[in-house]
Design a protein around this ligand. Structure first.
Ligand code: PXG
Length: 478
């Protein structure tokens, strides 16, 4: 091991790197467990270069890095030893809080018992256990689970299931997929096709053909400062009738929406909107998919947003909260009708030619089972529901603060919209995000919307800290 001395971002520090171990780092090297908080993992700036970071301003980041090395409960620790309050549950995912013992121990133990089992034509008990537990939580007729490893894969899986379902029933002409403007459904080609965020789409060609979009439901003009669901906008669901009239129902397979659009800046469904979408899809034999990657598993104070809004879709996509962000996992919950439609060929035939090497990975399943158990043991979804009015009041106390033009919330999802800087959309939001981080609070900027989504274990005083920090920062941001 090579020890070298170098200046790190202005401070003098000693670094040990693993590079000197030669081309096969494991062979011959002294046994070494690298952990995120190991002092020998600190890097100088040149060593930040190799990693091309996702959805990140790489050059900005690498000129002023923000590194987390540890996490516990509601807090991260930075590489320079600051404790940062996590107001965003990682990225909308660590719903149980960080490094919760029952979950981390389950993962550690499972890793030593069975690292991997083949996902195709073989199984392992934890996969079935987790599927059963998810089905128990799922609404109504949603009673089968297909596992994958992320929200993006969940969305692409759901879209493929929709196409396959119609084909299996002799309605193969139903090939169109309908998404929504400003929708975010991950970054697979299916997801960006039905998604409606222009920056995520414009670089990547023509994507899927045969896709159309509903209008989004945000109107700051009509609905500013609504608490929970806004009053205005149910009629926007009627646009689906217009698309049916244009394309004909016989060409449309599915509609996919986020019940609450998260990434695009927390857009809530107007009262009655999702019910209308359900009625119209049902009337025309179109499947309705709720993308609940953010909203599932307690985020809105219930199992699913479908429960909060009282609308049962045909499929729900999930990820994030299923393992509280500890191990990548995603999936699709489908209705029995959909599952049964695929079960029609000879019993020895594969029913769906789709799946991933890591579908229902044992570590993810161990994490998932332990996570769902922890949610239940600590009654965390009810806790989220109980904290929601406190969260709502705290967020709405920002009304009147400089730059704030709207505040939106449901459960433990909040969005504070700022007026954009002339000619520089997103700049004010990003600066606000950076300044909050400097003041030891992690939230997120998506454009000029400040998104807040703490873990379900959040305390009132922590909500207060998030909101106070945001208020103080907004007073200093131009
Ligand atoms: N669907 C929805 C509704 C999502 O929110 C995905 C699919 C994709 O999931 P994966 O696991 O492939 O990333 C998401 C992800 C943000 C933010 O800041 C949101 C997501 C991911 C990262 C950041 O709003 N949502």
């Amino acid at each position: 091991m090579r020890i070298r001395e170098t200046a790190r971002w202005g401070k003098l520090a000693v670094f040990a790197t693993i590079r000197s171990m030669g081309p096969w780092p494991c062979a011959g090297a002294t046994t070494m467990t690298l952990l995120s908080d190991a002092p020998n993992l600190l890097r100088d700036r040149a060593e930040l270069e190799a990693y091309w970071m996702p959805f990140t301003a790489n050059r900005q980041f690498k000129s002023a890095p923000r590194l987390f090395v540890k996490a516990e409960g509601m807090y991260y620790t930075t590489d320079d030893g600051r404790r940062v309050l996590d107001g965003f549950a990682g990225l909308w995912c660590c719903n149980a809080g960080h490094c919760r013992r029952p979950i981390t121990e389950a993962i550690q133990k499972q890793a030593a018992v069975m690292d991997y089992a083949p996902a195709f034509q073989m199984g392992h008990p934890l996969a079935f256990e987790l599927a059963n537990r998810i089905v128990e939580l799922a609404p109504g007729k949603l009673d089968h689970v297909f596992f994958c490893n992320s929200g993006s894969e969940a969305v692409d899986t759901a879209l493929k299931i929709a196409l396959g379902y119609h084909r299996m029933r002799g309605e193969g002409s139903r090939m169109r997929l309908i998404g929504r403007e400003r929708g975010y459904h991950g970054v697979g080609f299916g997801g960006i096709s039905v998604g409606g965020i222009v920056a995520n789409r414009k670089m990547f060609g023509t994507m899927l053909t045969g896709v159309d979009h509903l209008p989004h439901t945000l109107s700051v003009e009509k609905n500013a400062y609504s608490r929970g669901q806004p009053e205005w906008g149910a009629h926007l669901a009627d646009e689906l009738e217009r698309l049916v009239a244009l394309h004909d129902a016989s060409t449309i397979a599915a509609v996919i929406v986020e019940p609450i659009a998260g990434s695009t800046g927390v857009i809530l469904p107007p009262k009655g909107y999702l019910q209308k979408l359900r009625e119209i899809t049902k009337k025309h034999g179109i499947l309705l998919i709720f993308d609940e990657v953010i909203t599932a598993f307690g985020r809105v104070g219930a199992n699913f947003a479908a429960d909060v809004y009282g609308v049962e879709p045909d499929m729900i996509t999930f990820a994030k909260g299923v393992t509280s962000g500890t191990v990548p996992m995603g999936g699709v919950i489908v209705s029995s009708d959909i599952y049964q439609a695929f079960m029609s060929g000879p019993p020895a035939a594969i029913e769906i030619f789709h799946g991933y090497t890591y579908s229902a990975h044992p570590l993810a399943c161990a994490a998932g089972v332990a996570t769902l158990q922890l949610y239940e043991d600590e009654d965390l979804f009810a806790r989220a529901a109980k904290m929601a009015p406190i969260f709502e009041d705290a967020l709405h106390s920002l009304k009147g603060t400089r730059h704030v033009v709207d505040i939106r919330n449901q459960g433990l999802v909040g969005g504070v919209e700022l007026a954009p800087r002339a000619g520089a959309t997103g700049a004010r939001g990003f600066e606000t995000y950076l300044k909050c981080y400097e003041k030891n609070v992690l939230i997120r900027s998506t454009g000029d919307v400040m998104a807040v989504a703490p873990a379900l274990i959040v305390e009132e005083q922590q909500i207060d800290q998030i909101v106070t920090t945001l208020r103080d920062v907004l007073a200093t941001v131009e």
